[in-house]
Design a protein around this ligand. Structure first.
Ligand SMILES: NC(=O)c1ccc[n+]([C@@H]2O[C@H](COP(=O)([O-])OP(=O)(O)OC[C@H]3O[C@@H](n4cnc5c(N)ncnc54)[C@H](O)[C@@H]3O)[C@@H](O)[C@H]2O)c1
Length: 356
């Protein structure tokens, strides 16, 4: 059952996000006219959905092969790119071949990066299977792998040909992974849409397909509209980084042993605190945000063992030693000034917020 089709309008690079329940295994893969399909997945998702999808593709008369990486962030590395690309060359994948990424954000970022560089670029279709990937990482075209020096340091902007979202696959997702996805949904609500925020307040704990259909479509529409206006993050797209400046520093401090969504949940607390200290956000709105974060089972508080400010300075998004933040000014909106959406904040203010 397909519930909604959301278009991402990017001229020649436009594509459709299909959101449904039970729609994945109804897909006709012949319509992509691919000479061969590389189904890239991880060790958990392989037995759950990827093998079945491979069989479906083959049953439609399309040549296809499965590539598996170990589950987890460690697979997002350049060696994995080389390994899969070499295997694809040895198996005659050509410029008309296509990648289908079946998995969470790790598989999506890795597989789409491979597609973007393999023989100078072949098509990629995303089949996101975590809530984070369905509401966020499969849309917008950011791809990449990590280096020992930091996350996502090698990557491309590369839009997919299609995103096929089946919320039915969330049934097997562990509760902790669902929470990570909810953190990104709260991010959209807090930074851009009070109605979405209220919907989350009213529905936390709901795990019905109807809830996920509505939530995922809503988040995808928000992200699609942002990406259409600022594909390469010259300014507006930075709104999607709310909670991520502190969040990325926490991920680095925890040596990536903490989930991305969990770090973003904490990050939103401290970034909203900065906004309160600067007189941009009311204390009551900070409390409302944190109540929702905690209601989902995510943490808002964190006691740092490392200097997070030093880690923030090293983040590739911060220029000239200045640390920039997206600052909420109410539930559902952020401060903007002369077209700017991210603002430099003094270290003293950041430190004060982190100590609260
Ligand atoms: N490109 C972007 O715009 C963007 C945005 C946000 C996050 N990301 C990236 O996404 C990654 C995090 O993504 P993630 O949270 O999806 O992590 P993940 O891909 O590691 O998935 C989390 C876990 O869930 C398992 N899993 C996936 N689908 C499942 C299912 N349906 N049932 C049971 N288990 C399942 C996976 O095997 C894995 O163990 C990070 O690397 C982050 O940098 C990218």
């Amino acid at each position: 059952m397909i519930m909604e089709k959301i278009k991402v309008d990017l001229g020649q690079r436009s594509y459709e996000i299909e959101v449904g329940c039970g729609n994945l295994f109804q897909t006709n893969f012949t319509k992509f006219n691919a000479s061969k399909i590389a189904v890239i997945t991880d060790s958990n998702v392989r037995g759950l959905f990827a093998e079945k999808l491979l069989e479906l593709i083959k049953s439609q008369g399309v040549n296809a092969q499965l590539f598996e990486v170990p589950a987890g962030e460690k697979s997002k590395n350049p060696m994995q790119v080389i390994e899969i690309a070499r295997e694809m060359v040895r198996n005659n994948f050509d410029t008309k071949s296509m990648v289908v990424a079946v998995g969470g954000g790790v598989v999506g970022d890795l597989a789409a990066f491979i597609a973007s560089v393999y023989k100078r670029g072949i098509k990629v279709v995303h089949v996101p299977t975590t809530l984070i990937a369905q509401v966020d990482s499969s849309i917008g075209g950011k791809t990449g792998v990590d280096l020992p020096e930091g996350k996502n340091l090698v990557g491309t902007f590369y839009q997919p040909s299609k995103v096929i979202i089946d919320v039915g696959v969330l049934k097997t997702l562990p509760a902790a992974e669902l929470k990570n996805g909810l953190a990104e949904a709260i991010k959209y609500g807090m930074s851009q849409d009070e109605e979405l925020f209220e919907f989350l307040e009213q529905n936390v704990g709901n795990a019905s397909p109807e809830f996920f259909l509505k939530l995922v479509s809503w988040c995808c529409s928000i992200k699609a509209r942002v990406v259409e206006r600022d594909e390469r993050e010259s300014e507006l797209r930075k709104v999607l980084n709310y909670g991520h400046t502190v969040g990325h520093a926490i991920e680095a401090a925890e040596l990536y042993e903490i989930a991305h969504g969990a770090a973003v949940g904490i990050g939103m607390n401290y970034e909203a605190r900065i906004a309160v200290l600067l007189g941009v956000l009311k204390e009551a709105d900070l409390r409302r945000q944190n109540e929702l974060i905690e209601k989902t089972g995510l943490q808002a508080k964190y006691s740092a063992k490392t200097d997070l400010i030093e880690l923030m300075k090293r983040d590739k998004k911060n220029k000239l030693d200045k640390i920039f933040f997206v600052l909420p000014n109410a539930v559902g909106s952020v401060k903007t000034e002369n077209g700017k959406i991210a603002f430099p904040v003094e270290e003293e203010t950041i430190r004060k917020a982190l100590e609260q």
